[in-house]
Design a protein around this ligand. Structure first.
Ligand code: SF4
Length: 556
């Protein structure tokens, strides 16, 4: 009869959906029914953006005003038209992961993309499944290389386990279950798989540590809280090949001896959530989930959780806190999740693409994977065909842009690689191989595979750096001083530079802020919050002073 603290977020999400807004009486009712203190529920509501929205009786339209959707003033036009219409409660929001189809918005949680400011979505279409945007970003692969991670996307019914099996699915899992768990881990190690979420930690080493860690139960968690601006590769896999991700999760559970799992899907990914939900139901029907799912006499079942609009929950310990029913605030490491993860137990937490790679490794064998590792990139901005592309790791950036994404529109000025926590490359660097070491040598990072192409029309400081600085100031969870204050001071300084142009002391100040945030922040958000701004300053110099207004003209 304990209050179920770990149900707090799903209960609040349900109450928000049912009541429209989490007003004090609604919260008091939830508190009474769950026996969770009102103070705790209030702490959650004030943390998650989705829960703070009060629709005021009108459908909620959350309009992406992140870098890709703002190019050419598109997001501003949508925001202005939506506000002028008076038909919606309008909220600007960070990247919705639909950069290939921007400008993007969510109408009552369902994606609308692209949004035409002259023909805004019909508020009466809310709840009508036939009016929902079709899933599936445009995708492709490098000519001459058969796709492996994307091979079923758009080809196989993502809701049918039978279709998945007919297209080669479950082969990896069946092989893994016939192997000793240690042999499965050895295969993943031999394949040389590094986590695809950005940290690039060796997957096999992580599994080994969790397997050896004392303590039960053990957990496997799929981190599907893809929120890095410009990243939408995970959305692609979850919407169009969810069984491949869940198969990788089952392989991980077998390898580490887990008996419980969670899939934490970004709250803004409605279609992906439905697809994962249906895939889990199908796996349950087939007996792949349940009391003796993996043939060990041990249960393995999976719960689906939805995020609620907090970028920081993509950080693994923040994600655990969110599942456990707390504010999604990161925890210091060590101890690491492999020994003290979800609910303090040994946990393997993996990114979506990493698990799809695991499925491939067990199906193909580690040697083939190691010889040519597939990698997904989401390309957006000034290219002719933005979308998700699969290329072998190490492919030159130029080939991704020209042979996959159709080439640059206009004159290339810069590429921001890795999202908001990314770094800029100059046009003379686009032959860099897309792999960890060469990118590091070029002063960049692979991150989660987000590639934003910017042509000569973009003001890199005013259109990009300022938005990135605002993003980090907004998304800092605020629990540690270097990040809370550092991201605010960084935003102030970048805004000042955008207004007056760069000054000789600006770079030193930004570097100092960056060093303090990198050294003393608890989590990756604070540690990486200065990367894009500093890389822009180093690669392209400080912003020029804005042109003086012409005589009799108006200042912008
Ligand atoms: Fe929160 Fe920032 Fe500290 Fe991370 S670094 S815990 S986001 S305040």
């Amino acid at each position: 009869d304990r209050p179920a603290r770990d149900r707090a977020l799903p209960v609040l999400q349900a109450a928000h959906r049912a009541a429209g807004a989490l007003s004090p009486p609604v919260l008091a009712y939830v508190s009474e029914r769950t026996r969770l203190p009102l103070a705790h529920l209030t702490a959650l509501v004030t943390f998650y953006e989705e829960l703070t929205i009060d629709p005021g009786g009108r459908p909620v339209l959350r309009v992406c005003d992140d870098v890709a959707c703002r190019l050419g003033g598109r997001a501003e036009r949508v925001l202005a038209a939506a506000r002028a219409s008076g038909r919606f409660t309008v909220h600007p929001t960070a990247c919705l992961g639909a950069c290939d189809r921007g400008p993007a918005a969510l109408l009552e949680g369902e994606l609308v993309a692209p949004v035409d400011p002259e023909a805004l979505p019909d508020p009466n279409s809310v709840g009508d499944p036939s009016r929902r945007a079709p899933g599936g970003a445009r995708h492709g692969w490098l000519p001459g290389h058969a796709p492996r991670l994307l091979r079923r996307c758009g080809q196989v019914d993502p809701e049918s386990a039978e279709a998945y099996r007919a297209a080669g699915g479950f082969r990896g899992l069946e092989r893994a279950l016939a192997m000793d768990p240690d042999a499965v881990i050895a295969a993943v190690r031999e394949a040389g798989l590094l986590g695809r979420g950005g940290a690039a930690f060796p997957t096999g080493a992580k599994w080994e540590a969790a397997r050896r860690a004392p303590g039960q139960p053990k957990y496997v968690v799929v981190n599907a809280d893809e929120s890095e601006p410009g990243a939408y590769t995970n959305r692609k896999l979850l919407e169009e090949d969810p069984f491949a991700v869940l198969e990788g999760m089952l392989i991980a559970a077998h390898a580490v001896g887990a008996s419980r799992g969670y899939v934490y899907v970004r709250g803004e990914y409605a279609l992906a959530t439905r697809r994962v939900e249906r895939a889990l139901a199908a796996l349950r029907r087939l007996g792949w989930l349940g009391p003796d799912a993996l043939g060990h006499g041990r249960p393995f079942d999976v719960e689906l959780r939805r995020g609620a609009g907090a970028y920081v929950c993509g950080e693994e310990t923040a994600l655990f806190a969110s599942i456990e029913g707390y504010r999604g605030e990161p925890r210091p490491k060590p101890p690491f999740p492999t020994t003290h993860g979800l609910f303090g137990k040994p946990t393997v937490v993996q990114n979506v693409e990493t698990l799809a790679c695991v499925t491939l490794i067990l199906a193909e064998g580690p040697d083939g994977f190691r010889a040519a590792q597939p990698k997904l990139f989401s390309v957006s901005g000034h290219v002719r065909r933005p979308g998700v592309y699969e290329v072998p790791l190490g492919t030159p950036l130029r080939r991704l842009l020209e042979d996959c994404a159709g080439g640059v529109e206009g004159e290339l000025q810069a590429v921001l690689i890795g999202g908001a926590a990314g770094m800029f490359l100059r046009p003379d660097q686009i032959d860099v191989p897309l792999d960890h070491e060469p990118l590091r040598a070029a002063g960049a990072t692979l991150g989660a595979g987000a590639v934003l192409v910017l042509n000569h029309t973009v003001d890199l400081w005013r259109d990009v750096a300022l938005r990135v600085a605002r993003f980090f100031a907004d998304e800092s969870c605020g629990q540690c001083v270097p990040c809370r204050i550092g991201t605010a001071r960084q935003l102030e300084r970048v805004a000042a530079m955008a207004g007056r142009g760069g000054r000789s002391d600006d770079l030193a100040v930004l570097e100092q802020l960056g060093a303090v945030m990198a050294d003393a922040s608890i989590c990756g958000l604070g540690q990486s919050a200065s990367w894009a701004v500093l890389s822009l300053a180093r690669q392209f110099g400080l912003p020029a002073a804005p042109a003086a207004p012409a005589e009799g003209g108006k200042e912008r």
